[in-house]
Design a binder for this molecule. Structure first.
Ligand code: ZN
Length: 208
């Protein structure tokens, strides 16, 4: 377990320490294959437990990363005080309710304080939190919380549009359904003019 990784979810505030470094899933996957009547030793699937474990480690690699450790801030030398946006940030995540993928685009706007974040930092913030067990609302919250607390942003706006496998391949099986979450923090909160500016800036965006 990595003691440095904590997740604070909205409303709960209970830290959960998680790491995938010592993941041992191969026995469980072999047992699963047996349960559905497969022969885990047949050629096509004999290495599947190992491949699955590696895939899960990649999909959940965000647990072992830290935005604070990976990203340095820069002084806001020009005293820029308007919205900086980065749109079309593609991401892959895993729904914590069904352990199935959801994927899409995040579009972020922020107003810097005394520090500015480089473009790559915004994309990294999305990756670090997307590569964990998630729900879409919490993903947006965690990205925004990091930009507000560590990035010292005055305000953050974030729109996430995603397709969820648990909705398109099972359940209601709505193959073209897209889930959108849009949340505002800091100076964006309750400021309809700023919110409209953000929506205008990301009007021409990639569609999932
Ligand atoms: Zn789900």
């Amino acid at each position: 377990m990595n003691s440095n990784k904590t997740i604070v979810k909205p409303n709960t505030k209970l830290p959960i320490k998680v790491s995938t470094k010592n993941l041992d899933l191969q026995f469980a996957v072999r047992a699963f294959l047996k349960q559905i009547g497969e022969d885990p030793n047949r050629d096509g699937i004999k290495d599947t437990p190992k491949r699955f474990e590696e895939a899960i480690k990649c999909l959940l690699s965000g647990y072992d990363r830290s935005f604070e450790k990976e990203n340095r801030l820069f002084e806001n030398i020009s005293n820029y005080q308007d919205i900086i946006t980065l749109k079309n940030i593609d991401f892959f995540s895993m729904c914590e309710h069904h352990l199935l993928p959801f994927f899409g685009y995040a579009h972020i706007g922020y107003i810097p304080g005394e520090k500015v974040l480089g473009i790559s930092k915004l994309a990294r913030a999305v990756d670090i939190y997307a590569r964990r067990l998630q729900d879409q609302e919490t993903l947006g919250f965690q990205i925004a919380e990091t930009l507000m607390n560590y990035g010292k942003a005055k305000g953050v706006a974030i729109l996430i549009e995603a397709r969820h496998f648990c909705n398109i391949a099972r359940g209601t099986e709505k193959k073209t359904s897209i889930m959108s979450t849009c949340a505002y923090y800091g100076t964006f909160k309750g400021n309809s003019q700023l919110q409209q500016s953000f929506i205008e800036l990301i009007k021409h965006r990639e569609k999932i």
